[in-house]
Design a protein around this ligand. Sequence first.
Ligand SMILES: [Zn+2]
Length: 264
Amino acid sequence: MTDTGHPTLWGMLRGVAAQTCALVAPRHCPCGQEGTWLCQPCTKLLETAPCRVESCCDALQELSAARVRDVELGDLLLPAGVDHTPLLPVLALGEYGGDLQRLILAWKNGGMLHLGARIAPALAPAVARLVEGADPAPPFLVPVPSQRSARLRRGEDHTAELVRAMECSGAGHALLLRARPTTAQEGQGARQRRTRQILLRGRAAREAGRQGAPVVIVDDVVTTGSTLRGMHQALTSAGMRVLGAVVVASARVPAQSAASERTG
Ligand SMILES: [Zn+2]
């Protein structure tokens, strides 16, 4: 049906619908700015260049093989275990705090799913940086599996939706794997306890593993990196090549990028 025959009626209906929507969901930015879904300063938060944050993620640090023994440096005796190499590169748009935190919370829990369409293209440069020099082909984008309870509570899987939107913006191919996050058992070593065990299942995972597919892990916020570590472990054991991870925000960012964000 077209509205050409009844412009007045349809016009009226549209007006009523728009007013109703405005009453139900007045347009406002997560920062509180009214009259817009995403204000200019908040848009800028997403347009910032991604920064490397893996050095701030405790669960991603590996003890370097070169430093398993004490090292003498002049008068200094450096104890073993001071050198750490991160397991994988992690890129974030900024520190999890202030307006960026409000934006993420509104997107995840506040029913503002439409923000995913704004976040997705902002993450594309981060994916491109991870791919640089690795593969000419676009990588597969793998969202971290959300807990079933969280999915049921929110009614959707926002990270999977984000990855689909990233595919639309040309960052790579969405690879939605069936995965079951499990919590590590009591009595295991410290390393196991700080790693979320993730079990991949299904044909898509087997197929991508068989091809040694290049993948980028996608998540909303990184804190210690234990989930990323679990995903890295699961994807690598399945046979995939993990190029790194891309997140919207990091609980901590290196001092240098925090300073440049404040001044810039
Ligand atoms: Zn705003």
